[in-house]
Design a protein around this ligand. Sequence first.
Ligand SMILES: Nc1ncnc2c1ncn2[C@@H]1O[C@H](COP(=O)(O)OP(=O)(O)OP(=O)(O)O)[C@@H](O)[C@H]1O
Length: 254
Amino acid sequence: MPILEAGNIVKVYGESGQEHSTTALKGLDLSINKGDFIAIMGPSGSGKSTLLNILSGMDQPTSGVVTIKDEKISELKGDDLALFRRRELGFIFQDFNLLDSLTVKENIILPMVLEGKSADEMDKRAVYLSGLFGIESILNQYPYQISGGQQQRTAVSRALVNEPGIILADEPTGNLDSSSSAAIMECFEKVVEELSTTVILVTHDVFAASYSQRVVFLQDGAIHSSIQKQGSRESFLKQIIDHQRTFGGASHVF
Ligand SMILES: Nc1ncnc2c1ncn2[C@@H]1O[C@H](COP(=O)(O)OP(=O)(O)OP(=O)(O)O)[C@@H](O)[C@H]1O
């Protein structure tokens, strides 16, 4: 049973048919099940960010429908959309997007404050998530006092605090060194395996993508192909690199 379905998604920037319009998505279909961990890859300009923005309700498609947990998110507006996104979706960004004036713990529980949860519930959730991701000792520090990897683990905890069905991550390892990237991707594995949360990741990073179970490749606003993990992460990494070559090798920048 899909948790998310996108049907015939078209996105045109500018006036359709006009000289300066761009068709960023050309009738794309995507179905994602609960507990899936998928990575979306593709050359620069292939439509990855546009797709993530539409799946997350940040932007509306020109035509087509996105359904998440039986709710047509592409048709929700205003407070209904804001509430749905706060409860059902968690977001993780390349630049962490933490508030510098709040401690790690306060950053993590902020979405619960907006939901009006009790102090006791918020405490328990912060302790649980920080323990899961190994940041329990820095709960009272501020973002500028901790490493990039710790900041991103704080952001992962914050994204999960309201127990969303889906986590959407846009280049989450883009600002991290290789060992912090590995630590973050292991956090995503935990999110999927221990919390059964669905993860959708947009990335240029083949190493990050190798932690997912399925990589969907976009090209020119359409799905070019997808590959499913079968063996180990290491063999999937090799498979992803080999598959990228089908896009025409070095002339395409991922
Ligand atoms: N706000 C916008 N207005 C007009 N055109 C846009 C806008 N956003 C994106 N585009 C165009 O839509 C197409 C897809 O862009 P998109 O940012 O989704 O690609 P991407 O795969 O995320 O690229 P990158 O990997 O470089 O971030 C590109 O041709 C881009 O120039």
